[in-house]
Design a protein around this ligand. Structure first.
Ligand SMILES: C[S@@+](CC[C@H](N)C(=O)[O-])C[C@H]1O[C@@H](n2cnc3c(N)ncnc32)[C@H](O)[C@@H]1O
Length: 246
C-alpha cells in the first residue's frame, strides 16, 4: 500500500500503544492477558487501513483479532480508525489524541489509557507477518485472513507470495486443526497459483469463487479498501476458504 509519510506517525501510534502488540507472539501465547477473555484468536495479514478487521470484529464479536501490517504509518491509520470506531476519541488538533471526555494526550507524552472494555477484541501489530508468525505457538490461531496481498507477479518471485506452500505450511502449524484460511484477491494469476498451492498443502479447499460479489457468500462478505477500489474498476473478486487438516 502506498501512503505519503505521516507526520509524527510513530508518535501517534505510540499514544495508542494499548491497542498495539509490541511482540505479537505474546498475544498468541497468552490471549487472555491481552483481551481479558479466552476467546479464540484470528489473524489478518496485511490489514491496510483496517476496514476488514473492524467489520469482522463486529460481525463475529466472540473472537479476538490480531491485525498485522508491515508499514508502520498504515498501521497507525488502522489503529486510529479502530479507536474512533469504538468511540475512544479522535485525533486532537495538535496531532495528539483527544478522549471523549476532552482529555488531551500530547505527542511524545503518556500513552492513552483505555479499559479492557474500551480496547475491545482487536489489537494491531507492526511488522512482516512472514517473520512474526514464525514465533507463534502451534495450534494457537483459529483463522487467518489474507486480503489483496501483493501478487509478486514476476517470474522468480513465487516464494514471496503469501499463499506459497512455504507460508501455507507455517499457517497450518499455527492454526488449530479445522482452522480456516480465508483469501481474497482480484488477481487471477495469483488466485490460480494459490489454488495450486492449496492443492499440495495440508489444507482442504472448502469454497472457491471467481466472483465473490455474485456468490452466495456476498451477504456475509466484508469489503476491504482494495476490494472496493478494484470492484469500482470492474474487476471480479476471487475468494478461497480452505480448512486446515493436520
Ligand atoms: C494491497 S494492500 C491491501 C490492504 C487491505 N488488506 C485491503 O484489502 O484493502 C496489502 C497490504 O498488506 C501489507 N503487507 C504486505 N505484505 C505483508 C506482510 N508480509 N506482513 C504484513 N503486512 C504486509 C502491505 O503493507 C499493504 O498495506
Amino acid at each position: 500500500m502506498r501512503m505519503k509519510k505521516k507526520r509524527h506517525g510513530s508518535e501517534r501510534i505510540a499514544l495508542l500503544s494499548q491497542l498495539v502488540a509490541k511482540n505479537p507472539a505474546d498475544v498468541a501465547n497468552n490471549p487472555s492477558e491481552f483481551f481479558g477473555n479466552s476467546n479464540s484468536l484470528r489473524v489478518e495479514i496485511g490489514c491496510g487501513k483496517g476496514d476488514f478487521i473492524r467489520g469482522k470484529s463486529v460481525q463475529e464479536p466472540d473472537y479476538n483479532y490480531l491485525a498485522i501490517e508491515k508499514i508502520s504509518d498504515v498501521c497507525t491509520v488502522a489503529t486510529e480508525k479502530y479507536a474512533v470506531s469504538r468511540g475512544l476519541g479522535s485525533m486532537a488538533p495538535n496531532g495528539g489524541w483527544q478522549k471523549p471526555d476532552g482529555a488531551i494526550y500530547v505527542l511524545g507524552g503518556e500513552e492513552v489509557d483505555f479499559s479492557d472494555l474500551d480496547r475491545g477484541n482487536v489489537r494491531f501489530a507492526v511488522g512482516d507477518a512472514a517473520e512474526l508468525l514464525k514465533d507463534f505457538p502451534d495450534n494457537s490461531v483459529d483463522a487467518i485472513y489474507i486480503n489483496f496481498c501483493d501478487p509478486w507477479g514476476k517470474k522468480g518471485y513465487a516464494k514471496r507470495r503469501l499463499t506459497y506452500i512455504g507460508f501455507l505450511e507455517m499457517y497450518s502449524r499455527i492454526l488449530v486443526n479445522g482452522g480456516k484460511l480465508h483469501f481474497k484477491t482480484d488477481n487471477r494469476e495469483l488466485f490460480d497459483f494459490s489454488l495450486e498451492q492449496v492443492e499440495i498443502s495440508k489444507f482442504d479447499l472448502k469454497y472457491k469463487t471467481y466472483d465473490l460479489h455474485a456468490s452466495d457468500m456476498n451477504e456475509v462478505n466484508i469489503e476491504t479498501e482494495y476490494e472496493r477500489n478494484f470492484t469500482e474498476k470492474g474487476f471480479k473478486i476471487n475468494m478461497i476458504i480452505a480448512e486446515n487438516k493436520k
